[in-house]
Design a protein around this ligand. Sequence first.
Ligand SMILES: Cc1cc2nc3c(=O)[nH]c(=O)nc-3n(C[C@H](O)[C@H](O)[C@H](O)COP(=O)(O)OP(=O)(O)OC[C@H]3O[C@@H](n4cnc5c(N)ncnc54)[C@H](O)[C@@H]3O)c2cc1C
Length: 430
Amino acid sequence: MLKLSPEVLVCGAGCAGLGAALAAARQGASTLLVERAPFAGGIITCAGLPYFDGIARKQDNRIVVRGIALELLTELGVAKMSDTHVARHNAPIHSVERFKLVADRLLTAEPKLQTLFHAFAVDVGRRGDRISHVVVATKAGLLRIEPKVVIDSTGDADVAARAEVPLDASKEYMPMSMHFRIGNVRQHPELRRLAREATTAGHQEGLYQSYYGPGLSFFFADDEAYVHAVRVTADATDPLDLTRAEMQGRHDAYAMWEVWKKRVPGFENSYFISSGPYLGIRESRRIVGEYVLTEHDIKDQKSFDDAVATGCWYLDLHPSYATAGTANVAPGALGGLDGFQPDHYDIPYRSLLARKVSNLLVAGRCHSATRMAASSTRVTVTAMAMGQAAGAAAAFCCAKGKTPQEIHGRDVRDILDRQHAGPFRGENAS
Ligand SMILES: Cc1cc2nc3c(=O)[nH]c(=O)nc-3n(C[C@H](O)[C@H](O)[C@H](O)COP(=O)(O)OP(=O)(O)OC[C@H]3O[C@@H](n4cnc5c(N)ncnc54)[C@H](O)[C@@H]3O)c2cc1C
């Protein structure tokens, strides 16, 4: 088996992983980033999601996360590094294809960073309390990676689960969604209402399993609808269930569009551009780390002396299902079962720290938080901020010859501060 020994291994190049890999490499650690897809970006490119939720406070569009998230928005022409506010609090981007190119350019610009696409982290070896190696499946066979520090940014805590760290025991998951795009749509004031009525009718006729909204957005072009409407229930960590869900999601997306094309004026000349390419997974495994962030911390705006990132999204929990794959719950309902909208809040370093394994950090939607807290921390920019913090921490550990367990979040925050990243510092911060 081919062996590689980077200082830092980042598994998953989604929102968190992109931030983690760039941060670690820029700080001088030799870094390997492995991603199962042929591009970086996670939900942004795997499902086509344009939103940078978590970049700014809802009430006044004040930027609360800078660093790599703001750099990406700057590269995409949506903001500038010197901005203190964005035009819309969720700062939608206008091209997912351009995002892929920007990510490729940033990744290849780092001499200390090597990226492997089509590379799936599948197994872990442990020696005592350390991960000794991670096995990555590629077209050339299995690779054995022996890093000093591992960052799990797979969204599903794949590495943490293989390393047998404590995981949240809940089997209750938010539904997944297959996003899709429809071309040649004629917008008019009644479009959304008519689409909603037709969607409800199609569901009652049994044409698709579930739905919500439909949210029709026109960010990519005036005649192109980008749609969040399909809801599928499954356990993303069960390969058979996930395969069934991908097929169900594709089927339901197409069936929904057929209903609109036949019944909704404005869709009569439309065509189906694409779905996916991957089903969007809102929730699966989370670690139970050194600190479990709770909704009370978010509601009380609790400050932590080891804060390394800032969140500001609302408690956005979609209706869940007691057992994955069971019948619909509340078809048509949107998310926000609690709906609490924080101003902004701290995310502590210890919520990225796995228990029982000394060289593992976990960033993104699988970090250590309750279900309700994670319904806010899971959004794209908050995941990027956690990733950047994990990457900075991992590089610092390598430079100091320490493990992530042996350093303090304050040291990580000092590094992030020097990079104009890290937690929000208040109104007078640039
Ligand atoms: C349907 C849907 C709609 C959403 N809507 C919004 C929204 O409007 N705004 C918003 O901000 N957020 C939204 N979210 C939430 C948000 O997008 C995600 O929670 C966020 O992307 C989390 O970032 P992440 O890096 O943890 O995970 P991801 O971005 O999912 O990245 C995980 C990456 O790891 C890769 N990977 C997985 N397993 C492995 C492995 N074993 N080996 C190698 N690579 C692996 C994946 O391919 C992926 O690239 C939505 C999520 C979903 C599912």
